[in-house]
Design a protein around this ligand. Sequence first.
Ligand code: FAD
Length: 273
Amino acid sequence: MITAPFEYRRAGSVDEAVSLLGELGEDAKLIAGGHSLLPLMKLRLAAPSTLIDIGGIGGLDTIEASGGGFRIGALTRHVTLQNSPELGVIQPVAEGIADQQVRNRGTIGGSIAHGDPASDLPTAMLALEATFNVTGPSGERQIAAGEFFQDYLTTALEPQEFLTSIDIPSVDFGWGYEKFTRRAEDWAMVGVVALVKDSDVRVAFTNMGSTALRASAVEEALSGGTVDADSIAAASEKAADGTEPPGDLNATPEYKAHLARVLTKRALTTAVS
Ligand code: FAD
């Protein structure tokens, strides 16, 4: 499959990229690793008039300790996260994305900005209550992960905004991660991130709706009580409550709901152990 014709520009800085987005209008798109945007273009589901390559902008691929957590540059590749065990649950989540070739190119910023409910990192960002640092024509702003993912491939980013970094307040949790795939290295049919620290219990899903989402019914069922085998088993039965998973080639909504219940129980059991 061949993309529609497009112009190619390279930005040397965040400011230059934002300025080019303003100058070229909404038909221009940033490209980082290209592993979500290029497939869409090859399928002719996207046809940007210009690609603005941000891959050469320096200083955006670092992981720094910050305020008890970490600041991760938006151009940090999945392979770097995969090789960073200090990042807690982010490490296995990154390691589970696709195959090594994809992980060598794809970036955390691209995964978040793309807003695909089947992606793995947005789920971890929701559970970790990350904050996204964004630069646009009127300056910088912060967007909480809980307000960022709005609908299928739709986020709170404005067309001229650039996601520069991600702040993770803390990774100091017991964690469990479950990703159920039809084939090895495939997209998740359903994914679950569970985090537990004392009475702070968080659960988030991949592919259980039109965005990554928190498993509110499970979190409410476990809030304020003892987190043990019995309470986990009871709470996990509520995993699909309030969700509307889309049916697809691999699974019906009912099967995804079943997976959510089973995987939530497994992920929480691992997190408390
Ligand atoms: P790009 O494709 O370059 O960009 C994606 C979108 O984000 C574009 O709209 C672009 O304009 C925008 N964007 C990029 N960077 C920024 C920024 N800094 N600020 C604002 N907007 C920005 N992902 C998973 O999570 N799990 C999987 O199992 C999985 N399997 C895959 C299998 C294959 C075969 C392929 C090709 C991809 C797969 N992916 C999977 C997607 C992969 O992880 C992508 O690399 C990632 O989702 C997007 O990152 P990118 O850097 O490639 O983004």
